[in-house]
Every structure is written in C-alpha cells, then in structure tokens.
Design a protein around this ligand. Structure first.
Ligand code: WQD
Length: 341
C-alpha cells in the first residue's frame, strides 16, 4: 500500500465522515470530501480542518451524479480509494419513504462505482450496517451470521443490495477491491467537542435522544420496551465510539486484501438501554428521566458484534468505552450550546 493515500469521502461532511477525515490525516493520508449537505453542515468541514491542522478539499455535490464524482476523481488523480458514506440512514424514515431510500442509497453507490471504474480508482469501502443481519440467528454476530433481505426496513435492504452489487462488480473486475464495513451503533464525538453527531432533524437513535433529554429539550427518554429477553428487559446493542469506527476505515484501506470482504465494526460488548442511561448519568453527573413505553416496531431484542475478524485481519480494535462515548457526546452538546447561545 502506497503512502500517503488519497481518499475520497462521499458524504464526508457528516458524523462518520468528519471523524474519518481526521483519522485519515492523523495516519498521514489525504482526504477529499464530497457532500450534498442534505444532512450535514458545511461548517463541520471547517471545524474538522481546524482540528486536523490541514485543509481538506471540499465539493458540494450529489453522489448520484456520476459526472460530478468523476470530475472530482480526475481533479485529484490519482485517488487511491473511495469511502462511500453518502446515504440516507434512518430506519424509521425508510419505512415511510422507501423509494427515496432506494433512489439515494442505490443510485449513489452505482454512480460512484461507475465513476471509479472509468477513472481507474480500484478500492471502494461501503458504510454498511449491522441492520443487514435482521434478527440475528446467533450472538455475538459474526460476518458468517446469515444476512437477510427479509428485513423490516428499506434502509437495511439498500445496504444489503449494495453489498450484492459490490460482489458482482468485483467478480467482473478482478483488480477491483471492495470492503463492506458493517457498523454496529455509532455513538460519541471527537474529545475536543468540535465535531459530533449533530443531527439536523429530530433524532430517532438513542444517544442523541439521551443528550436531548439531559439538555432539557426532551422531558424524558422513552424506553421502547422492558420486556425483551435480555438481562434487564431492555434492548441490547453494541455501541461503538465514532473515533474507533473512524480508525476502522483507515485500517480497512491500509490492510484489507483483494476481492470483496466484509467486516463487523463493533466493540463486542453488549449494552442495554438502561445501562446506557445509567452510564450517561454517572459519567456526566446529570439526570436523565426515562419512561418505559411499548416496544418500537422493527426493533430486535439484542444485537452485538464478534469483532474478531476485523481485530485480526485489519489490526483494529475498538478501544473506547461506553463511558467515553457518553462523556464525549455530552461535551459536544455543552460546546454546541455555549457557541449557539
Ligand atoms: C438502539 C436501542 C431501541 C430510541 C439503527 C439502525 C442502524 C443505525 C443506528 C444507521 C434500541 C432503543 C432508541 C429511543 C429507545 N443507523 N431506543 N428509545 O435501532 O439499534 O439502529 O440506528 O446506520 O443502522 O438500525 O439504533 O439508537 O434507534 O436504538 O429505547 O428513544 O435503543 O429500542 O433497543 P438501532 P437506535
């Protein structure tokens, strides 16, 4: 692998993208960001640059435009890899607006792959999701755990279909390599508090909702079900700090092999809703009111990773704890609220 690698991050102005750009620069590589700013703030790129102490070329563009993606790849030739993060990602929204999800998520992946093949860029990393496992048949989840298209949401189906597309593109182009990174639940923020999840709309995932409740923007956290077959009855997930997740992308482009490969990016540590709430209160010295509600349709009881394959083959281990994620998420909130006040 040649150093430094020049890497295009589609959707790179978002939560995962900004943290991944930072980790790429820290490893001596050169990120380029393309983002349509539909779910990200242009200022996040500037804050990432100030943290990195380096400038990051930025292009406001739709990743569904093969012409625009190709133009960026040609302008920065030779580009060594593309990390494809441009995607809609709300499970609940995908259920109510499936065609928008199939359009944005599938069309952007196809356009980016076509632009890469026509410009000789041969490494593609997909931001995929543990959602593709549906209701996991076994726990912890390995990369051999059966995935399914019988998923309860179009979001997960788009990720599963793109993975099939990658396998076919690699078969047709033996020199091309594709890596699918199946994220578990990304949480936290950069320790500086300058970048973080920063949802533009009302969040549906747990950690930003906990932050909203702790900040007084919500009366309480709705705990969706306490009657699951888990230790305390609430849903269990694998919450991975975004800084660990970001470094997983760097290790993937530096250490993966050839062909099409899949890696689970998780901590391997199961955490329940109530455990996360308690960790947040204890770590940050704040109260988070909670109300037990009915289960949320589509939720699975438990999902957490066996990260052995990524540990061994990518030389990557998630190092940060749930307490670190709670501290960093709250620090980001405190900084945001002082800056915006
Ligand atoms: C986690 C746990 C809920 C909110 C989804 C996608 C995944 C990723 C993250 C994009 C569950 C419980 C939640 C709340 C709660 N998205 N919960 N009250 O559903 O595991 O994963 O979002 O990449 O792909 O599938 O994440 O944070 O929504 O839920 O009790 O207000 O928290 O029931 O047990 P999920 P989540």
């Amino acid at each position: 692998m040649l150093w430094p690698m020049r890497v295009l991050l589609t959707g790179g102005a978002g939560f995962i993208g900004t943290h991944t750009a930072l980790e790429l620069i820290a490893a001596g590589h050169e990120p380029i960001i393309l983002d349509d700013l539909s779910n990200a703030d242009r200022d996040a790129v500037a804050r990432t640059e100030s943290l990195a102490g380096a400038s990051i070329p930025f292009y406001e563009a739709d990743a569904r435009s093969e012409v625009e993606v190709r133009r960026v790849l040609q302008a920065h030739a030779p580009v060594d890899a593309v990390i494809h993060l441009a995607s809609l990602k709300s499970v609940s929204e995908s259920t109510s607006d499936p065609l928008r999800y199939y359009d944005v998520n599938l069309a952007s992946a196809v356009s980016v792959l076509k632009a890469m093949l026509s410009t000789g860029v041969s490494t593609f990393v997909l931001s995929s999701s543990a959602t593709v496992y549906g209701l996991p048949e076994q726990l912890p989840v390995t990369e051999e755990t059966p995935t399914t298209l019988a998923l309860s949401n179009p979001y997960g189906k788009t990720k599963r279909v793109i993975e099939e597309i990658l396998a076919d593109v690699v078969t047709a182009n033996p020199a091309f390599r594709a890596i699918s990174l199946r994220y578990f639940n990304p949480v936290g923020a950069h320790p500086s508090g300058l970048i973080g999840e920063d949802p533009l709309g009302a969040p549906t995932n747990l950690m930003p909702i906990v932050v909203d409740a702790a900040a007084g923007r919500l009366d309480a956290v709705n705990v969706y079900g306490d009657d699951y077959d888990t230790a305390d009855g609430t849903g269990v997930r694998d919450y991975i700090h975004v800084m660990d997740l970001a470094r997983g992308h760097v290790k993937a482009i530096e250490n993966s092999g050839s062909g099409y490969e899949v890696f689970n990016l998780g901590t391997g540590r199961p955490v329940s809703v109530l455990e996360l709430l308690d960790a947040f209160e204890k770590t940050n010295g704040v109260e988070v009111r909670r109300v037990i509600r009915e289960r949320r349709p589509g939720d699975v009881a438990a999902s957490y990773a066996d990260p052995t394959k990524a540990n061994r083959q990518l030389g990557w281990v998630a190092e940060r704890s749930i307490a670190d994620a709670c501290a960093d998420a709250w620090h980001r909130e405190l900084l945001r609220s002082t800056v915006s006040s």
